[in-house]
Design a binder for this molecule. Structure first.
Ligand code: ZN
Ligand code: ZN
Length: 368
């Protein structure tokens, strides 16, 4: 018995989303059918919409899904009908990196998350007339009322946490917090610079504060974002539009620069400023999706001892990391709920416009 879902379908680069029915296959033995309650909007969805990540079309995007398990594949253990879940990125579970506890670097990451298919190459959905539509975006395609997901991608969530909040833990918020806590290993007394204070950057700032970092420098061009950064733990604010960004960051970090930096903008000049202002031997992480022709400022690395880390999904194992973030949230140390603005599903275009203007930090679409 297949499932008909209402989905936001993208028919090509720079097009608007249109609402259509799609037909999901029955769950395979290792899969779950999840009734999506809410799904976050992430810049990676917009990177596909604008052609920065190549994709086949028509396609159903959405990769920060949260919902309720409706059907459980025959071989799945640990999940039952009615469980609340957040759905995170897909990984194979069998490659060297998955086995080493680094599923964000799964050797099949691109196939399983961007490729639109399961590991065996099969798709998960079709149009009602049998026509092709590409699903499986990050193993879910959660801009829809239902999603077919591998049980391996799902994280069980306590029922006292609203499902409208938890979807973004599966990607954007996990990325910001995980890059600070896992990829960089920021700790007590450390200094961190964060460029771009959207959902990822603000999550990074909250995590750095929770970890005991004592100098947290936020760089952004939007005054209201810098104010949000200050509320959430930034100790110094730098207007990214000024000419002396590098000098201001250095001044905020004792003249020697910070030992850690995180770029969320993927803009080469901004990354260059972070490297130029970083401490000798610093670690600089970058997590955004650059334009295809973006080039790193190699001259700034030479002789600096700086390591550039291309971090994916905060180096997280979602099944252990997301519960930690929720424990921090419940303890009042990770107020990620303050980042979320909800929109009815049919207002997806408004949610995108508000995300692009900066009016919304983390837009979450709530299903009818
Ligand atoms: Zn793998
Ligand atoms: Zn994402």
């Amino acid at each position: 018995m297949s499932t008909t879902a209402r989905a936001a379908v993208l028919n090509g680069v720079d097009e608007s989303f249109v609402f259509e029915d799609v037909v999901l296959q029955d769950p395979r033995p290792d899969e779950l059918l999840v009734r999506i309650v809410a799904a976050g909007l992430c810049h990676t969805d917009l990177a596909v919409q604008h052609g920065h990540i190549p994709s086949a079309f028509p396609r159903v995007l959405g990769h920060e899904g949260a919902g309720i398990v409706e059907r459980v594949g025959a071989d799945v253990t640990g999940f039952a009908e009615g469980d609340h879940v957040a759905v995170s990125f897909a990984s194979c579970g069998r490659c060297e990196n998955c086995l080493a506890g680094r599923p964000a670097y799964c050797l099949q990451f691109m196939l399983l998350n961007i490729g639109g298919v399961r590991a065996d190459g099969t798709g998960t959905m079709a149009l009602p007339d049998g026509g092709e539509v590409v699903g499986s975006f990050f193993g879910q395609s959660s801009f829809a009322t239902h999603a077919l997901v591998a049980a391996r991608n799902a994280v069980k969530i306590d029922k006292d946490v609203p499902l409208e909040l938890v979807g973004p833990l599966g990607c954007g918020i996990q990325t910001g917090a995980g890059t600070v806590l896992n990829s960089l290993g920021v700790g007590a007394g450390d200094a961190l610079v964060v460029s771009g204070t959207g959902a990822v950057g603000l999550s990074a700032i909250m995590a750095a504060k929770a970890a005991g970092a004592t100098t947290i420098v936020a760089v952004d061009v939007l005054p209201e974002r810098l104010e949000a950064a200050k509320r959430l733990g930034a100790t110094h604010l730098v207007d990214g539009k000024v000419d002396d960004v590098v000098d201001q960051i250095k001044a905020a970090t004792g003249g020697v620069g910070a030992e850690y930096a995180l770029d969320t903008t993927a803009i080469p000049a901004v990354i260059g400023n972070l490297v130029a202002s970083a401490r000798f031997g610093a670690k600089v992480a970058t997590v955004g999706v650059p334009k295809p022709d973006a080039v790193a400022p190699v001259g700034l690395f030479s002789g600096s001892g700086v390591t550039l880390v291309g971090a994916i999904e905060g180096d997280a194992v979602p099944q252990t990391f997301i519960p930690k973030l929720l424990a921090m949230y419940k303890a009042g140390e990770f107020p990620f709920d303050t980042l979320v603005t909800t929109y009815p599903f049919d207002e997806i275009e408004k949610a995108i416009a508000d995300t692009q203007s900066g009016a919304a930090v983390k837009a979450v679409l709530v299903m009818p």
